[in-house]
Design a protein around this ligand. Sequence first.
Ligand SMILES: O=C[C@H](O)COP(=O)(O)O
Length: 244
Amino acid sequence: MSHACKLATGNWKMNGLRADLDEARALAAGFPDAKCGILLCPPATLVCAMADALSGSAVMVGGQDCHAQTTGAHTGDISAQMLADAGARQVILGHSERRADHAETSAQVAAKAAAAHAAGLVAIICIGETESQRDAGQTLDVVLSQLAQSLPDEATSANTVIAYEPVWAIGTGRTPTLEQITEVHDALRANLPDQAISLLYGGSVKPGNAAEIFAIANVDGALVGGASLKAVDFGAIIAALEAA
Ligand SMILES: O=C[C@H](O)COP(=O)(O)O
């Protein structure tokens, strides 16, 4: 572990109806005195209701994306200010699914992060290589380039978290070796503008592999997709992070 803050982030992606807020409540009930940051990022439709449901608990609520502008004619988009108004404290930006499905560039991610910061939100900026890039030996070049281009100038440990997510490990049950995660996280740490920025690993993190991943020196937590949907699974991952 580094000196950065530990953070367990759950990304519900396009999953979750109001009835699923019971999972969020169950998670919060299991960690009344959390020893690390705990964050759930539900779909936009649930941000307000989840923030209300978790009010007074140790579990924070975040968004999964925001627009770079504050207001305007952008049908279907939501601004960072709107997320903050709904009770969010953080926002995931530049997730590989956004980069792939919506052709988001790192420059756009940086603009969104600046908007998030202006709204008082912590930006969780995602980076990661594809399988073909890894096979071509381009992993460090790709992630360091994404890091440099996705961070706005004002990024500090107070307003920014980085999540390294190999695209090929997301939702596949496959993970890099511990040596591969170590190599990338060490390189990221060496290139951060603020050494106290938290570095999360994401991609098929489960209760069964969380402890060994959290034992890596420059891993400060996780960005968890599928295993964050159920309190019992995400709770086990959070317990592993607290113990690391
Ligand atoms: O945002 C979360 C990541 O994409 C990881 O998803 P996963 O845990 O389902 O592999």
